[in-house]
Design a protein around this ligand. Structure first.
Ligand code: FAD
Ligand code: SIN
Length: 529
């Protein structure tokens, strides 16, 4: 058993920033756990395009307005304003000055501002096309300098510890629900430990891996959302899953992301026979229309004409040298997959990319359970509404990671916890009855079933018939998985599978209830506005 002031679950940008801000008080003990063996492994690590800020000739009101327009009327105006007002200063103070991130500059040593879809200005800061890697590496290096921060990789949170649910005192049933930490599985020792904490922060990222085609890394399976759901936390906007229009469509490339920044630099979408088509769908923004519009346009072209993919042409619009310099990672990854992007168009398809909804939080990252916070992609601040504006999620992780840390620090210093439960008051993880070893075939097979169901029936175009079918099959699978979970020794894959089926049901049920097409949620069977 381990006792700490603040337990942070997840070491992407949101968890890392929360830890970094809290670490400045040397008397505060911070414990950062991650299921990954390498702490930088996360969606953050793969972010390409960059982080939105305020570019030259730009202003807060325009950024707010772009967020609200992309969000299709469902974004919280106050969350958008917090992001636009606080974000640029936090990029400077935390990322540039404290962590030492060096964003790309021009030959004249001015910051280079990238352009992405539905942004009125060039306002995206980036480090080549591996911005996330630069940010998370710098944050981890900065955190390692603090003796009061303990980073524990290879540790998968299984469930939140909440009272009265886990309390041994029956009188706790009359108290408000309160979080005291989490049970977490040590992948090395193969045991579950209790991590007791005065404050707990969910920073577990997204859930793209519940879809067959996704840009997300293997850890994005909705663990935090499932844990929060089991603890009874309020969840919002789960149906709003954003599909990125352009993932590489070559065999074996695992849907590698082709950044929107390519279209920002003049790249054009074409049908396989070379016809530009975005003008037919959005004459105002064309290839730089909001993501939901571009992804659905591609889906429509593919479905109507039976194409297996469409093409993205940057080679005609930028010199080869500029392409290699601006997109070195995309260039070399595509080359390995057999596509020379300086000479030929790139085959692309849409892929699940980002969860706009999640654990509902306020402006300080507080959930509706006492002492439980959620930051980053697992959370729903309301910012993204029904469709996220490009490059605002790293910024949201930064802003809300910082704000949650400020609130936790204020709260702990003004109201030191009266009573942190001891190991006698929180039951140990019950491993009795776990007699069976996890079967990798079952885990992989069930995971693929979930991914196929979500891709075909709760994907880019949804209807009651499709979603209801998915829900029936997912319920059956949920029962199967729960029953073998009850007698199987834990491993990280089993924990993820149990969470994935729970989250798939949350998304599917939210999609069925919402009859109105808005942003990324498109219903083909209802009267759309
Ligand atoms: P993550 O960075 O995903 O971190 C989650 C952490 O939680 C990881 O450490 C993971 O190991 C850990 N974790 C998960 N489950 C458990 C568990 N059960 N127990 C313990 N630890 C757990 N956004 C932008 O703004 N700009 C971009 O250019 C951009 N490009 C992107 C490109 C790609 C390919 C992808 C996939 C996303 C991109 N995004 C981009 C989105 C953005 O990267 C993510 O939304 C953001 O990084 C999420 O940060 P996070 O800290 O919330 O979660
Ligand atoms: C991209 O580079 O296209 C991804 C940006 C984002 O997801 O915000």
């Amino acid at each position: 058993m381990l006792q700490t002031d603040v337990l942070i679950i997840g070491s992407g940008i949101a968890g890392a920033v929360t830890a970094l801000q809290l670490a400045s008080n040397p008397s505060r003990q911070i414990t950062l756990i991650t299921r990954a063996l390498d702490p930088i492994e996360s969606s953050t690590r793969y972010a390409q395009g960059g982080i939105a800020s305020l570019g030259p000739h730009d202003d807060i009101d325009t950024l707010v307005s772009d967020i609200l327009v992309a969000g299709a009327g469902a974004s919280s105006p106050s969350a958008a304003r917090i992001l636009a007002e606080d974000g640029p200063a936090l990029i400077q103070s935390l990322l540039v000055e404290k962590a030492g991130v060096a964003f790309d500059r021009t030959d004249n040593n001015l910051l280079h501002w990238g352009r992405e879809a539905a942004h009125s200005h060039q306002r995206i800061l980036h480090v080549g096309d591996t911005t996330g890697l630069a940010i998370i590496s710098a944050l981890m290096d900065a955190l390692r300098a603090y003796p009061n921060v303990d980073i524990i990789p290879g540790t998968t949170a299984v469930d939140l510890i909440t009272f009265p649910h886990h309390s041994l005192d029956p009188l706790d049933a009359y108290q408000p629900v309160i979080c005291h930490g989490a049970y977490a599985f040590d992948q090395n020792e193969r045991t579950v430990h209790r991590y007791l904490a005065a404050s707990t922060v969910l920073a577990t990222g997204g859930l793209g891996r519940i879809y067959r085609n996704t840009t997300n890394p293997v850890g994005a399976r909705g663990d935090g959302l499932a844990m929060a759901h089991r603890a009874g936390v309020r969840i919002a906007n789960a149906e709003y899953i954003q599909f990125h229009p352009t993932a590489l469509a070559t065999p074996g490339a695992d849907r590698f992301l082709i950044s929107e920044a390519l279209r920002g630099e003049g790249g054009i979408l074409l049908t396989p026979d070379g016809r530009p088509f975005m003008n037919n769908y959005n004459p105002q923004w064309k290839d730089l229309a909001p993501r939901d519009i571009v992804a659905r346009a591609i889906h429509h072209e593919m479905e109507t004409h039976g194409y297996s993919h469409v093409l993205l042409d940057i080679a005609t619009h930028q010199p080869a040298e500029r392409i290699r310099e601006r997109f070195p990672n995309i260039y070399s990854t595509c080359l390995k997959a057999g596509v020379d992007i300086t000479r030929e168009p790139i085959p692309v398809v849409p892929a699940a990319h980002y969860s706009c909804g999640g654990v509902l939080v306020d402006e300080w990252g507080r959930t509706d359970i006492q002492n439980l916070y959620a930051v980053g992609e697992v959370s729903c601040t309301g910012l993204h509404g029904a469709n996220r504006l490009a490059s605002t999620s790293l910024l949201e992780g930064l802003v809300w990671g910082y704000r949650a840390a400020v609130h936790i620090e204020d709260n702990l210093s003004q109201h030191p916890p009266q009573h942190i439960p001891t190991r006698h008051e929180v039951p140990p993880w019950d491993e009795s009855g776990l007699t069976v070893d996890p079967d990798p075939a079952l885990i992989q097979g069930d995971m693929q079933t979930i991914q196929n169901l979500l891709w075909h029936y709760v994907g880019l175009s949804r209807s009651d018939i499709r979603i209801s079918r998915a829900i029936r099959e997912l319920r059956h699978l949920w029962n199967e998985i729960e029953s073998f979970y009850r007698n199987t020794r834990l491993n990280d894959g089993l924990i993820g599978l149990r969470n994935a089926v729970e989250v798939a049901l949350i998304v599917a049920q939210a999609a069925r209830h919402n009859l109105l097409s808005r942003g990324v949620h498109y219903r083909s069977d209802t009267n759309n506005p």
